[in-house]
Every structure is written in structure tokens, then in C-alpha cells.
Ligand binder design. Structure first.
Ligand SMILES: Cc1cc2nc3c(=O)[nH]c(=O)nc-3n(C[C@H](O)[C@H](O)[C@H](O)COP(=O)(O)O)c2cc1C
Length: 194
């Protein structure tokens, strides 16, 4: 699949068939994440591949409800986590991305944004969900969950945080296409307000 087609046709998938996802495909997805760019090539990301149904169920229980203006609803991604064959959890080593490299520099951040771990892991995640899509697999990025609880369930060591997770499976639905803002709404030429 051509890159622009993959970018445009990828959708969040929240229902999956029971078809298995083989290790070769999981490996290819992880490989796409591994080649993402990162701050000074620090590669703070770490990936946890979950196939164990009990662990998947415990991770599913960490997903939080979502507050809408008029009601509170279950996370729409929750149902898929227990039944999908594979869940990939993306963690980050804290204090590496965005900081000065070398002896004495570690932990001192270079920019006013501090730790860039959210940015670097997001780049890896986008690579991975696009790779999954080109392999005919569906994903949905899940951010609304109790990360501290997920860290306990997954035994994540000190110095690392769970950032995001996504199920990987054979789609059992066509994703709906939420509209995007027009380029004219989101692009400024030369200088804001000109
Ligand atoms: C950082 C982030 C967190 C998200 N968290 C959730 C979530 O907790 N549950 C869910 O069902 N979808 C979640 N999504 C998926 C978005 O709702 C979805 O990407 C968006 O509506 C656009 O749809 P599309 O992916 O089909 O283009 C998340 C997406 C991102 C980028």
C-alpha cells in the first residue's frame, strides 16, 4: 500500500474477528516502531506485547470511562481489548528524551518542554498503527486508562511510564471516517494572524 493511501485510509477499529495474528506480523509492526525518529536518537520507547488472556483482561480493566458534556460512557475501545489476539503497550523511559546527552547532561532538559517522551512514543505509535494497517490489521490507539494501575499489572519498573496501548487484530468492521478540519483552518502561512 502506498504511503499516502495508508495514512488516509487507516481508521480506528474497535471490533475484531477471532482470527489469530502471527508473530511475524507483530514483529513487523514492532520493527516499524523501532525505526521512528527520536530526540537525539535516544529511543526511549519500550514495547510490551500481550497475548496472555488474563493479562489482557487485567489491562482492559484499567480503561477509564469517558466524560462527555451530557453523560459518562464506557471507553469505546474497552470491549476489544479482552478479545483481540494481541495488545501492544507502549512505555517510555523517563528523563532521556529532551535532555542533554553525555556525562553530567542526563536529566537536564534542553527545551522549555521538558521530557519529550510523549512525542517520541507518538512517532513510534504512528509508525506501528500504519504498519499494522498495511498488513491488513486493525488498531485503535487507547489513551484513556489508569496508567499507574496498568504499570502495576504489567510490572513496569521504576523510571518507566506506560504511555499508550493499542489492540491489534483482524478488523470485524469498517472504521467510520471522522471528518478532518480543512487545511485552511489549521495552516498559517508565514506568520500567525497575518
Ligand atoms: C492520544 C490518543 C488517545 C486516544 N484514546 C482513545 C481511547 O481511549 N478510546 C478510544 O476508543 N479511542 C481513542 N483514540 C482514538 C481516536 O478517538 C481516533 O483516532 C479519532 O477519533 C480519529 O479517528 P480515526 O483514528 O479513525 O481517524 C485515541 C487517539 C489518540 C491519538
Amino acid at each position: 500500500m502506498e504511503l499516502f493511501e495508508a495514512i488516509k485510509s487507516r481508521r480506528s477499529i474497535r471490533r475484531y474477528t477471532s482470527d489469530p495474528v502471527d508473530d511475524k506480523k507483530v514483529e513487523a509492526i514492532l520493527e516499524a516502531g523501532r525505526w521512528a525518529p527520536s530526540w537525539a536518537n535516544t529511543q526511549c520507547w519500550r514495547f510490551i506485547v500481550i497475548r496472555d488472556p488474563e493479562i489482557k483482561a487485567k489491562v482492559a480493566d484499567t480503561l477509564t470511562k469517558i466524560k462527555l458534556p451530557d453523560k459518562v460512557v464506557d471507553n469505546p475501545g474497552a470491549a476489544s481489548i479482552k478479545t483481540v489476539p494481541v495488545v501492544i503497550v507502549v512505555c517510555a523511559e523517563i528523563g532521556k528524551s529532551g535532555s542533554k546527552p553525555g556525562p553530567g547532561g542526563g536529566g537536564e532538559y534542553v527545551t522549555d518542554k521538558g521530557d519529550w517522551f510523549m512525542f517520541d512514543t507518538a512517532l513510534a505509535v504512528q509508525n506501528m498503527v500504519l504498519a499494522a494497517h498495511t498488513l491488513g490489521l486493525g488498531t485503535v490507539i487507547i489513551g484513556a486508562f489508569d496508567a499507574v494501575q496498568a504499570e502495576k499489572v504489567l510490572g513496569v519498573p521504576e523510571g518507566y511510564r506506560v504511555v499508550i496501548l493499542f489492540p491489534v487484530g483482524v478488523p470485524a468492521q469498517e472504521g467510520k471516517t471522522p471528518p478532518r478540519k480543512e487545511l485552511s483552518e489549521i495552516t498559517v502561512r508565514d506568520r500567525w494572524g497575518k
